[in-house]
Design a protein around this ligand. Structure first.
Ligand code: SF4
Length: 367
C-alpha cells in the first residue's frame, strides 16, 4: 500500500495535475473550475496550500459541505429558543456554540444560565439523560448522511432504555438534493465536482450517479489526504479533456457502490425525508430528515414547538455565507472577511465552524 502522506508522491501527483490543468484549460479556453462540496475537503485543501499552489492553472471553489454553515438562520433561532425553555439541557457538538442567530448564540445563552452541554457523540448525551432524569436533554441533530446514523442509533438506544427525557432536534440534511439545486443553477460555472468520501461511505457511489447521468458533469469521490484530493482533481481533469462525464469512485478504500446498507436501514427507520430550508439555498425539496412518526416521542420540535419564520441570511449583518455556500463568491470577496468578521468575532457560521470555508481561508490562506 502506498504512503499517502509521502511528500514525494504528493509532488509527483501535483506535477501531473498541473499538466492536466493546462491541457483542460486549452480545451475549455479558460482555467478549469472544480468545486469541493465538502467542508472537510475545504479544510484539507486550504491547510495543504493546494488552492494557492494551483491558482494559476486551476480554480478550486468551495461548496455547501459544512452542515453547521448550511443550517438556516430560522433553525439557529429555534435552537436558541429551545435553550431558554425551563428544565432543558441542549446537547450539542462543539461547533454550534458560537454560531450567531439573529439576536443571540448558544454561547451567549449559556452565559445567561441556559444549560448547554458539549458532547462528542450522541450516545454520551443518552447516558447524560439517564443520569439526570429531571432534565429534558435535547440533542441537536445537525449533519449530513455521515452523522445521521449515529443520531438515529441514539434514539433507538433512548427507546431501549425507556428514557422519556431524551429527544433530538433534527435539522439533518442530505447532500444529493442540494447538489441538484446547485447543478440547476445556470450561473454555477463549475466543470467538475470533488465529492465527499465520508458521505459516500453511507450513500454509496450510485447515489451520485445523477451528476453525470442527468447533468453531464464529471464527479469524483475523494478521500481526505491531500494526495486523495489531488488524484480526484486529476481524474476530473482527464474527464474534462476527454469530454466525458462519469461519477467515479476515487475512494475505493472505503466507498462501495451501494454504500453502508445497515447505516441506511437505521436512518430509514428513524427518519423520513422532508422539505427543509438551507442557508443560501432556501427551501430544498426532500433534502432534510425529520423524525418519523413511529419515533415522534423523541422529536424535540414536537415536544417543544417553537415556530419562527425563516430569515434571509443576508439580513445577518451583511454576512454573505449564502453566496459562499453556493460557490458564487470566495470568502475573501465578502466585504466583512478578516475585517469585521474573524474567528474571534464571527459574523456568520462559515467563520465559526471548523469546516466553514471562511474559517479555513482565514486560518490557512490569508496572505
Ligand atoms: S466572512 Fe464572515 S460575514 Fe463574510 S460570509 Fe464569511 S462568515 Fe459571513
Amino acid at each position: 500500500m502506498i504512503n499517502r502522506n509521502d511528500p514525494e508522491i504528493g509532488k509527483r501527483v501535483l506535477q501531473k495535475l498541473t499538466g492536466l490543468a493546462d491541457r483542460a484549460a486549452s480545451e475549455l479556453g479558460r482555467p478549469p473550475v472544480l468545486m469541493e462540496i465538502c467542508g472537510t475537503h475545504t479544510v484539507a485543501i486550504s491547510r495543504s496550500g493546494i488552492r494557492s499552489l494551483l491558482k494559476e492553472s486551476l480554480v478550486l471553489k468551495s461548496g455547501p459541505g459544512c452542515p453547521v454553515c448550511v443550517t438556516d438562520q430560522s433553525d439557529i433561532d429555534r435552537i436558541i429558543l429551545l435553550s431558554r425553555q425551563p428544565g432543558v439541557v441542549i446537547a450539542t457538538f462543539g461547533d454550534m456554540l458560537r454560531v450567531p442567530g439573529t439576536n443571540s448564540s448558544l454561547e451567549q445563552e449559556r452565559a445567561r444560565q441556559a444549560k448547554v452541554e458539549i458532547f462528542y457523540s450522541p450516545l454520551e448525551a443518552v447516558d447524560f439523560a439517564e443520569k439526570y432524569p429531571g432534565e429534558q436533554v435535547i440533542f441537536l441533530g445537525i449533519g449530513f448522511e455521515t452523522t445521521t446514523p449515529a443520531i438515529a442509533l441514539s434514539i433507538r438506544q433512548a427507546e431501549k432504555q425507556g428514557l422519556s427525557n431524551y429527544s433530538v432536534f433534527s435539522v439533518h440534511k442530505m447532500v444529493p438534493p442540494v447538489m441538484k439545486v446547485l447543478l440547476s443553477d445556470p450561473e454555477l460555472g463549475v466543470d467538475g465536482f470533488i465529492l465527499p468520501g465520508h458521505v459516500c461511505t453511507i450513500t454509496g457511489r450510485k447515489a451520485f450517479d445523477f451528476i453525470s447521468a442527468e447533468y453531464n458533469k464529471p464527479a469524483v469521490i475523494a478521500g481526505f489526504e491531500p494526495v486523495d484530493v489531488l488524484e480526484a482533481a486529476c481524474l476530473l481533469l482527464k474527464q474534462i479533456i476527454d469530454r466525458q462525464a462519469r461519477t467515479v469512485n476515487g475512494y475505493t478504500r472505503l466507498v462501495q457502490e451501494e454504500g453502508n446498507q445497515k447505516a441506511r436501514e437505521i436512518m430509514d427507520q428513524i427518519f423520513s425525508p422532508a422539505d427543509v430550508y438551507w442557508r443560501g439555498f432556501g427551501l430544498v425539496e426532500g433534502s432534510g430528515l425529520k423524525i418519523s412518526r413511529d419515533y415522534e416521542d423523541f422529536d424535540a420540535s414536537l415536544r417543544f414547538p417553537a415556530e419562527i419564520n425563516p430569515v434571509s441570511p443576508q439580513s445577518n449583518f451583511g454576512c454573505a455565507c449564502g453566496d459562499v455556500l453556493k460557490g458564487k463568491i470566495n470568502p475573501g470577496d465578502c466585504p466583512l472577511f478578516a475585517k469585521r468578521c474573524t474567528p474571534l468575532w464571527p459574523v456568520g457560521p462559515c467563520m465559526v465552524s471548523s469546516e466553514g470555508a471562511c474559517a479555513a481561508y482565514y486560518q490557512y490562506e490569508l496572505s
